[in-house]
Design a protein. Structure first.
Length: 293
């Protein structure tokens, strides 16, 4: 159905937890099969034979190149996580290779952070819509998919604060630099790491490390975690060593790891775009995905 309502076949009374750990529930049993947290929040239906769509490289490529619908939240989320990271990567590359126009590089980072925040918001909206399909008698906010989307969304907002402050205040005083430049970057990076842990647990169903190379969701969680680790390394390298002089531990390392993390997130965006069409490439024995997502 359109407009955000769950489909009739996703009644909460028909669901019961299937995989659950201390980090939250990651799958439910549905009369039509297993409904994983990731497929629920991405607007995809339950699977009868296994808990994910097994795709080879050619099928992934076909899914990526299949027509997409911008009205679906998962399509907009994927595109935002392509454009935002690519702008971040370009801004970081300019910082590394030219010092003639720092405002251009900082502006690209700021605009890129807007795409990050849009993607985070749409991803959170997907999770909130999926939450409507869950049993109402269970603990609220206890499923890992919602926690994953929430922590990443808040992290993107903090990156907005950091990047726009740096763009508009290129010679700030030390206190403002610490409060609006350093701390949002560090806290946002920590939240991204927490989100990555929830994302890996979501596809691992209680385990942080699994090996499912034919699972698009697994690739997304692994590459996303690498991006989060590089962003965390960038934040650590950007910590001040001399606050009054605004000197940091290693500015070059900070920019390089921001570049690496951004490229990783761009790959995540392309993989997520392919994930939008995985059920169209390999149809399932279940009703179609929710078209509004």
């Amino acid at each position: 159905m359109l407009g955000g309502e769950p489909n009739a076949w996703s009644s909460s009374e028909s669901l019961r937890p299937h995989w659950r750990s201390s980090l939250g529930t990651s799958a439910w049993l549905h009369p039509l099969g297993i409904w994983t947290s990731r497929r629920l929040r991405k607007g995809h239906g339950p699977l009868k034979q296994r808990h994910y769509q097994a795709l080879n490289f050619i099928q992934i490529l076909r899914a990526l190149l299949s027509p997409k619908h911008l009205k679906r939240l998962e399509t907009r989320t994927a595109l935002a996580f392509i454009f935002g990271p690519l702008l971040f990567a370009l801004g970081s590359w300019l910082q590394l290779h030219t010092s003639q126009s720092p405002s251009l590089a900082l502006g690209l980072l700021a605009i890129g952070s807007v795409f990050f925040t849009a993607g985070g918001w749409w991803q959170l909206q997907q999770a909130l819509i999926g939450d409507q399909a869950l049993p109402k008698d269970g603990p609220s906010w206890e499923w890992c998919g919602l926690r994953c989307a929430l922590t990443q969304s808040v992290g993107t907002v903090l990156f907005n604060i950091d990047t726009f402050f740096s763009w508009n205040q290129q010679q700030p005083n030390a206190e403002l630099w610490l409060l609006l430049g350093i701390l949002p970057n560090v806290i946002g990076s920590i939240l991204f790491l927490i989100s990555a842990a929830y994302g890996m647990q979501e596809v691992g169903h209680g385990r942080l490390l699994v090996f499912e190379p034919d699972h698009l969701g697994w690739w997304i969680s692994i590459v996303n975690a690498l991006g989060c680790l590089w962003f965390m390394q960038s934040a650590i390298a950007g910590l001040p060593t001399n606050l009054p002089l605004e000197q940091v531990f290693d500015s070059t390392m900070s920019m390089r790891t921001t570049l690496l993390g951004s490229l990783a997130f761009a790959i995540v965006g392309f993989l997520s775009l392919a994930e939008c069409s995985e059920d169209e490439i390999k149809p399932i024995e279940a009703p179609p995905s929710r078209k509004n997502l």
